[in-house]
Design a binder for this molecule. Structure first.
Ligand SMILES: NC(=O)c1ccc[n+]([C@@H]2O[C@H](COP(=O)([O-])OP(=O)(O)OC[C@H]3O[C@@H](n4cnc5c(N)ncnc54)[C@H](O)[C@@H]3O)[C@@H](O)[C@H]2O)c1
Length: 185
């Protein structure tokens, strides 16, 4: 399986590296050039015990890579995860979804086939519907599955939280997005 992770911050980097450790091919798309340069040079911009080893092992094995080229990153993947920031909006305190919707538009514009889009960012109820609406609006010629798979990792314990989670939440509203789980259940 091959996936693209949009956003190489705390959640994108930890989940991307751990997915690779599980055997998935992962390309992490990071828009910040300094962060991307650091990641490509093998330097880990966050403090997370054990992450440097997982990253270097999987980069060496060819399962994990970093890029700013979203178009080619999503070219040949089974799913695209959105793990961009959702900072608290000034004034009303709500999550600012600008980065999530911008990443959604970028995925739609560059998609060359039907894709499964999974939000990993922490987002309010209704975001999945809006992500699906943007995808449909931008690319009526394609069909997108949309799923929600929020991350609950705690900084400093993120690898353990990802590898041995006490819960995994997956939200879908169509069978195309569930990878066959309903059919197997
Ligand atoms: N940090 C945590 O402990 C934690 C835990 C659980 C959930 N979350 C949630 O996960 C999400 C991500 O959090 P984070 O801490 O990883 O954020 P972050 O700000 O550390 O990382 C987000 C990254 O996405 C990149 N980015 C933004 N738009 C992009 C685009 N269009 N293409 C490529 N890269 C892009 C940014 O440059 C940044 O490096 C948030 O919704 C957050 O609330 C965070």
């Amino acid at each position: 399986m091959r996936i693209a992770m949009i956003g190489g911050g705390y959640v994108g980097l930890v989940s991307g590296a751990c997915f690779a450790e599980f055997g998935t091919e992962v390309v992490i798309v990071e828009a910040d050039h300094d962060k991307l340069a650091a990641l490509k040079a093998g330097s880990i911009p966050i403090y997370e015990p054990g992450l440097d080893k997982i990253v270097s092992t999987n980069v060496t094995a060819g399962r994990l890579s970093f890029t700013d080229a979203l178009a080619s990153a999503i070219d040949d993947v089974d799913a695209v995860f959105i793990a961009v920031g959702t900072p608290t909006r000034r004034g009303d305190g709500h999550a600012d979804l600008t980065y999530v919707y911008e990443a959604t538009r970028q995925i739609a514009r560059h998609a060359r086939k039907n894709l499964l889009v999974v939000t990993k960012s922490t987002v309010p109820v209704g975001t999945g519907r809006e992500v699906a609406r943007i995808l449909r609006e931008e690319r009526p010629d394609l069909s997108f599955g949309v799923a929600s798979n929020p991350e609950f990792l705690r900084e400093g314990n993120a690898i353990g939280d990802f590898m041995r989670p006490d819960r995994v939440i997956i939200g879908i509203d169509d069978t195309a997005a569930d990878g066959g789980a309903q059919a197997r259940a």
